[in-house]
Design a protein around this ligand. Structure first.
Ligand code: HEM
Length: 429
């Protein structure tokens, strides 16, 4: 038997094993399901975007508010209920004890990832979560705006060099921003964080997130974090904060490139509010109302976190005609809520004006909700506004004629679109 045949047999046996072991609980039987294979094939064919999942099951998402899927059966043989019901979302956000997060070693047991991230603010519950959150909080209250500005200006230098030629924005952005979250977190590669943690807990440093977190540990009201807890929390902040903002900005620039009227209106606002200033002051941030609507509408259409981290239900929960039994793993599908025609008029259209009026809190969930809401939403909004102000003043943004995104933005995975080339043409000021 050659190696390929052998491997094929092993895979088939694993699949059969998975199916035999995989008994769907009776109460989940009536919920529409997507098998692991079709999920895996979508991923392999790089067609794994949230848009594809949503379109495939739109009927069930809109009618039932839930489907069930199997993501990674070789690690965990659990079915996951993917939920798009805003009433359920509200319950979930308000009752964190009934819907605790799945902690890291339950998601990917005994993995390297588990060792790196085991105890962190995103995947913890109860008192541990409260402690991590209290310690992370001060760092997000005193944002290092000068660093946002410094990095945004460096980005402008790159764009200046490629004036009027297609450039993959996210690459330019990440080239200059690759170490950005890192800078804010502590100017060090991950592996050195532990060392820095130990050094810094003895000496002073330069006011970065790490130092602020260590100071928060010294607060008598907070119980000091262990080295592992500090390291894992810094690691998760780096992951949570890195590509989320970069991807959000690149999808937003794409939307401006294909909606020139919106781009023009946004530019007018930037020039009117900022006058000769390049960077918005804190009062000016508040006056950039149209820019804020654009940012929110972009995160509605393309939420950077399309499906929230997994939770497990600790008591039987009714969802429309279904009963989600105790012990079921769930994920709130923010993308599905944001694209629901029951909650949004013309949900597939880019219409920033829809945010002129207030809307139901549980139909826009780009930053999550309740007490587990993303603790630094200002962090991301300020970053996006600074970059947009600089770009809109200096450049006209357009999509190359031969772009693969000419008809719609194409995603290769849940988070990443296929590369988006954009043209930044210098404006006559
Ligand atoms: C466009 C940018 C971003 C978006 C759309 C976003 C979205 C989210 C969402 C939806 C949640 C809620 C997760 C849940 O309910 O389970 C969340 C949580 C969180 N995010 Fe972000 N995020 C962004 C950027 C960042 C950045 C820049 C950082 C840090 C440097 C960050 C750190 C966190 C942390 C620590 C949590 C956990 C909060 C908790 O459980 O108490 N995120 N984020």
């Amino acid at each position: 038997m050659d190696l390929i045949t052998f491997l094929a047999i092993v895979v088939i046996l694993l699949i059969i094993y998975n199916y035999v072991k995989d008994k769907v609980p009776d109460s989940l039987k009536d919920i529409h399901s997507i098998s692991f294979f079709s999920m895996a094939i979508s991923q392999l064919m790089k067609r794994g975007g949230n848009d594809k999942l949503y379109l495939r099951c739109k009927e069930y998402f809109e009618k039932d508010g839930v489907i069930k899927v199997k993501f990674i059966p070789l690690f965990s043989r659990k079915w996951v209920c993917v939920i798009t019901d805003p009433v359920f979302a509200k319950e979930m956000f308000l009752q964190t004890d009934v819907f605790p997060k799945l902690i890291f070693n339950e998601i990917v047991p005994n993995s390297a990832a588990e060792r790196l991230f085991s105890v962190n603010v995103v995947h913890s519950n109860g008192d541990a979560w409260k402690r991590y959150r209290r310690i992370c909080n001060p760092a997000f209250k005193t944002l290092p705006v000068h660093l946002f500005v410094e990095k945004a200006l460096k980005l402008m230098h790159i764009l200046q060099k490629v004036d009027n030629k297609p450039i993959e924005f996210i690459k330019a952005y990440k080239f200059k921003y690759r170490r950005f979250t890192l800078d804010i977190l502590g100017k060090l590669p991950l592996i050195l964080i532990l060392i820095k943690t130990q050094i810094l807990s003895r000496w002073n440093s330069n006011g970065d997130l790490l130092e602020l977190m260590i100071k928060a540990c010294e607060d008598p009201d907070n119980q000091k974090l262990s080295d592992t807890e500090l390291r894992c929390n810094l690691a998760i902040l780096m992951v949570a904060g890195h590509d989320t903002s970069a991807v959000a900005l690149s999808t937003l620039l794409y939307l401006l490139a294909v909606n020139k009227n919106v781009q023009e209106k946004a530019r007018e606002e930037v020039l009117r509010v900022l006058g000769d200033d390049l960077i918005p002051s804190s009062e000016q941030h508040a006056s950039l109302k149209y820019l804020n609507m654009i940012i929110r509408e972009n995160l509605r259409l393309y939420p950077s976190v399309g499906g929230l981290p997994l939770r497990v239900v600790t008591e039987d929960i009714k969802l429309k005609n279904f009963l989600i039994p105790t012990g079921t793993t769930i994920s709130l599908f923010v993308y599905g809520i944001h694209h629901s025609s029951k909650l949004w008029k013309n949900p597939e259209e880019f219409l920033p004006e829809r945010f002129e009026n207030e809307h139901d809190n549980y139909s826009w969930l780009a930053f999550g909700g309740g007490s587990r809401i993303y603790l630094g939403n200002n962090f991301s909004l300020i970053e996006q506004r600074i970059v947009l102000c600089l770009l809109l003043r200096k450049y006209e943004i357009s999509l190359p004629q031969n772009s693969i995104h000419k008809n719609q933005l194409e995603f290769k995975s849940e988070i990443y679109p296929f590369p988006i080339d954009l043209i930044f043409k210098r404006r006559n000021e």
